[in-house]
Design a protein around this ligand. Structure first.
Ligand code: SF4
Ligand code: SF4
Length: 103
């Protein structure tokens, strides 16, 4: 995914009502998960995420602090993680969730 795709995904958001394609953002399980066995805390994900999903904890580890800020269907940070430490839910699962709430 390139950076243009990240910003394309913004178009499906309504930030005032916090909805994605008309669905409450908090009902959509789309967010990054860090595999701590692979992460070296390089901070790339923290620096490139436009939504400030990541933070550093007291142990100086990068963590997913605000998962529901993540842009639905974005996976830019996973592409940029050189250690392949970031994963997302299956795209088909995401489509099913959207289908369910859209009816
Ligand atoms: S980019 Fe990958 S390796 Fe670097 S801090 Fe984020 S998850 Fe860890
Ligand atoms: S996929 Fe990664 S870069 Fe994109 S919004 Fe979510 S946490 Fe940020």
């Amino acid at each position: 995914m390139n950076s243009n795709k990240v910003y394309d995904n913004f178009r499906d958001y309504d930030f005032i009502s916090n909805t994605y394609k008309g669905i409450d953002r908090n009902k959509i399980k789309w967010y990054p998960t860090i595999d701590k066995s692979k992460c070296n805390n390089c901070k790339t994900c923290l620096q490139i995420c436009p939504m400030k999903v990541y933070e550093i904890n007291d142990n100086k580890e990068v963590i997913v602090a605000y998962p529901y800020r993540c842009i639905v269907s974005c996976s830019y940070c996973a592409v940029r993680c050189q250690n392949v430490a970031i994963s997302f839910p299956d795209e088909d699962e995401l489509k099913e969730i959207i289908k369910k709430f859209k009816g």
